[in-house]
Design a binder for this molecule. Sequence first.
Ligand code: SF4
Length: 417
Amino acid sequence: MININNINLYNHLTLIKNNEKSSSGEFSAFKYGYNFSRDVADFKNKNVISFSGQKLSKALEYVQEVKANNKLFSLIQFDSQKLDGILEGTVFEGISLENFKFLCEKLENILLIRGCSNSCSHCCTNAKPFVPGKTGEINTMGWEDLKDLADSIGEIKNRLTFNPIEKQLIPFRDGDPLHLKSYDDKGKPHNITEAVKYFYDKTGIPLYLTTSGWDKKETWVQKAAEELTENTLKIPDSINNIAISINPFHKYMTRSVELEKASEKAENIEEKMNLERLSQQYRQKYVDRMSNVLRTFLPLFEDRKAVLNIVFAPALKKNSGYDLNATQQLFKEIVENNSGLLRYPCNVRQIIAEGRAGRFFDEFKLPWNDRDMKHELTIDVNGKVILINSATGKITPTEMQLNFRNKDKKSHLGQNE
Ligand code: SF4
């Protein structure tokens, strides 16, 4: 269980110091993150007015008053008591203003999809494929919930006259957002481009996407990606980046590298040739897949809306096929089919020693010493607010729950099952 003393989430009121658990057994960074008894005493001293029955209109009056006096800075500096009611009728209703402020300031991810079938051997979140069929479990944010969330942020933005969330958001952690298929109440599926469009239209908040690609025959994803290119050209601010990951760790390439290694140990020529042929087939499958991805996003490279992320394993003997040399060779093969890309810079970096990537390191040790201290504040597919340790992927639930239609469903937790 996580040590709440070490949670490194900036808190504008007081540092998280309490190590207690709630009655449900969950650590509540939010409940204990603030000095509630001190706040209550403060509120009593201030003789706070009750807005009972007219909370929202009083809150709106207060916003106007602050605006008229030109004292507007950011949500954090508003008096929470006087804003009481501003969340009425939204998915955030029921959450305290202090927690809402904290959420807006520190929110990083809104998970639209959980679980991944790419099975990359370097996956630092240990993502697993979602196996449908478990009653009451979801791995995708429902379309109505996604719309309610965007509408709510948009509505609060209108009420406040400024955006309470002033940054990009990331709609994934252990899944590939390009594969999103979110169903509405009538059973109609919606793709990632529809999600980006709707979210940006209502909130003005750009999303940051990353993808490990798709096979061309996956027509749902191919169509979504083509639409995404078109939409990003039309509304560039709706996306900060689409980062395309090229690496030798995707399941096709891992298979190819391992078959190649097995062929070197084969006892007879027939077996060796067979393994080499299979290895080449998997490699070609990956090259074709990624070549198609790059072609699809090609118009977005000029303005750096699409970028390439190249990752490789440390230079150890056991990592042949996965090291920088091997990765450069693979990259060359893929880019040869898209030579226009050679003039654009790409991000090249070594993988981090987390999750499944541990196998590529001699010593499974983190490059930083505060692994328990980095947490990402995240809204899960069911509207539950969770903390994800960005070093270990470990999830800690908080007591915050948005009013989602799927709030009683269990989220597919991937690595934390
Ligand atoms: S690295 Fe990304 S694409 Fe690969 S399995 Fe993990 S979540 Fe999926």
